[in-house]
Design a protein around this ligand. Structure first.
Ligand code: GDP
Ligand code: K
Ligand code: MG
Length: 295
């Protein structure tokens, strides 16, 4: 009997949801960073083996919206509780249940689907600390199971898959075996660039950044993809920060984005990057839609 189903991954920003999803499918389909609100869209990752197909929905972290982009992010996160077979609630190694997690737990009490608690970042925990945390979450009486993992180190992921499978019912293969995401390559490439901006640039600059792929084309004669992309930011001063002294930052962003793209695309990439200013784009519904953040 072949099983299949949809699983949404929810949790506070930065607990490791995207890292978990990438680890499960073995490729970088969701960008990661140490900054909250890195993920803006709900991303589907598809895991397939001989017994089952699991479609994961990685959601933007749940938080209070501050602008149009924020509203969209919160909406797609709360929608994630509906129409799925199972919910994975990811938490990190924090020793106490903070207000962010508390809010989600209270919401999860009303969810009709089974909820599994995924306790991530156990590579940063001692064994006794781990048991204490499992005890703490167990007392909440919300979770059908608790699975400790390290998404970063790839620890206990197989066990998590096994647990998920026990909650799935007989079902079809929705996607072909080779398909690991529903995100088009263009979107993945743009997200890789945005990820590098998040790594290289700090403070308030990165949250005002969007990336648009203007051109992406394989050459006929060679295994090279020509890509040109624009990094949009909100202020002239931000533009300077992203470019850096003598263009050093932008060069670094471009180099590491290109390396990841070559892995993703399986061919050489020739990447051209520009930085442009588009003031206040996060509050203009128009631009938010243009950059792909729509329902
Ligand atoms: P998201 O906001 O929930 O999607 O979180 P990300 O996947 O972007 O991860 C946030 C940060 O936590 C990144 O710096 C990750 O490298 C880090 N991280 C994720 N999983 C683990 C883990 O298992 N162990 C440790 N030590 N760090 C992790
Ligand atoms: K993050
Ligand atoms: Mg994420």
């Amino acid at each position: 009997m072949f099983k299949s189903g949809f699983v949404s991954i929810v949790g506070r920003p930065n607990v490791g949801k995207s890292t978990l999803m990438n680890n499960v499918v073995g490729e970088k389909i969701a960008i990661m960073s140490d900054k909250p609100q890195t993920t803006r869209n709900t991303i589907q990752a598809v895991y397939t083996d001989e017994e089952a197909q699991i479609v994961f929905l990685d959601t933007p972290g749940i938080h209070k919206p501050k602008n149009k982009l924020g509203e969209f992010m919160v909406k797609s996160a709360t929608d994630a509780f509906k129409n799925v077979d199972l919910v994975l609630f990811v938490v990190d190694d924090s020793k106490k249940i903070g207000p962010g997690d508390r809010k989600i737990i209270e919401e999860l009490r009303n969810v009709k689907r089974p909820v599994i608690l995924v306790l991530n970042k156990i590579d940063q925990l001692q064994e006794d600390e781990l048991f204490e945390l499992m005890e703490m979450y167990h007392k909440e009486n919300v979770f059908k199971g608790i699975v400790p993992i390290s998404a970063l180190k790839g620890r206990n992921i197989k066990e998590l898959i096994k647990v998920i499978k026990t909650y799935l019912e007989e079902g079809p293969k929705y996607f072909p075996d080779y398909m690991i995401t529903d995100q088009p390559e263009r979107v993945l490439v743009a997200e890789l660039i945005r990820e590098k901006v998040l790594h290289y640039v700090h403070d308030e600059v990165p949250h005002g950044v969007a990336v648009e792929i203007e051109k992406m084309k394989s050459r006929k004669d060679k295994e090279i993809v020509d890509i040109s992309a624009v990094i949009y930011c909100e202020r002239e001063s931000h533009k300077g920060i992203i470019i850096g002294k003598n263009g050093r930052k932008l060069k670094g962003i471009g180099k590491s984005a290109r390396e990841d793209m070559e892995l993703l695309l399986g061919s050489k990439a020739n990447l051209q990057l520009w930085v442009k200013v588009k003031e206040n784009w996060r509050n203009l519904q128009n631009y938010v839609s243009n950059f792909g953040y729509t329902d």
